[in-house]
Design a protein around this ligand. Structure first.
Ligand code: SF4
Length: 255
């Protein structure tokens, strides 16, 4: 990392915020310095999950069966390489957990005739933050005069769940003028379904949260207080990372 790099955030996306929560240095190397790095197992699996969920909802409703979920997982899982994983055991355990989780969760969604959004990415300018905001809605289902938003993730900790809910509420209210009635996040590695019900205070809480995140993203001096060493063993930047250096000087822009 360059000496005390200043970061000016012009665009906040679900991806760069998630990476920041996992590790601020990793966010810096990936989204500011744009260093190339091999796809990790988590990203690889997330890509497969997105493909399976998207393909599933494009099937005719009568074909949305557990057997077809399994077929789709089989079809896409072969794109992952064993070398992306720490061990063969991890590879097979992940395959079992994701297959089981998708079969259970997608089969219960077979009554959705046509999702309102299916992996649709939206971008908006948020003047309160003087930044653009970008978010992908995995699956949204229209219900009476509002909608339900669903997301399927490999895994997520409390901070990531909080981030996703705030982003979804702010985006829905600011872009569509509608508060979602429910936000559901399924974390497939542990098989959990996390449900959030936004209320009247959620928009303000979301804006405050995003304001705080923007300040953290731009304050590289605090990165050393925020990184999580648990992320290091599987990190592609281990050899380049100067996580303990505090430096000065260069202006960088995230766009
Ligand atoms: S090695 Fe650790 S501190 Fe450095 S970027 Fe990777 S996860 Fe972050």
């Amino acid at each position: 990392m360059n000496k005390s790099p200043q970061v000016s955030v012009r665009t906040m996306t679900d991806q760069n915020l998630t990476d920041f929560i996992r590790c601020p240095y990793r966010f810096f190397y990936t989204h500011i310095e744009k260093k190339k790095h091999p796809l990790g197992w988590r990203q690889g699996i997330q890509h497969i999950i997105n493909k399976v969920v998207s393909s599933y909802f494009q099937l005719p409703q009568s074909n949305r069966t557990p057997a077809n979920v399994m077929k789709l997982v089989d079809q896409y899982w072969g794109r992952l390489h064993l070398r992306m994983f720490d061990s063969q055991l991890q590879y097979y355990m992940a395959a079992a957990a994701v297959t089981d989780g998708l079969m259970r969760n997608l089969s219960s969604e077979s009554e959705i005739a046509q999702p309102l959004f299916l992996y649709e990415k939206f971008k908006m300018n948020l003047k309160e933050l003087n930044a653009d905001l970008s978010l992908t809605f995995d699956v949204a289902e229209w219900q009476q005069d509002t909608f339900i938003v669903k997301k399927f993730l490999v895994d997520a900790d409390e901070q990531m769940l909080e981030l996703y809910c705030h982003l979804t509420v702010v985006f829905s209210e600011k872009v569509f003028g509608i508060r979602p009635s429910r936000i559901e996040v399924v974390t497939l590695m542990d098989g959990e379904r996390h449900v959030f019900i936004p209320n009247n205070d959620s928009l303000e809480a979301g804006l405050n949260y995003l304001h705080m995140m923007k300040m953290l993203l731009e304050d590289t001096n605090r990165f050393s207080d925020l990184y999580n060493m648990n992320e290091c063993p599987a990190c592609p930047f281990q050899d380049d990372c100067d996580r303990d250096e505090k430096n000065e000087g260069k202006q960088k822009y995230l766009s």
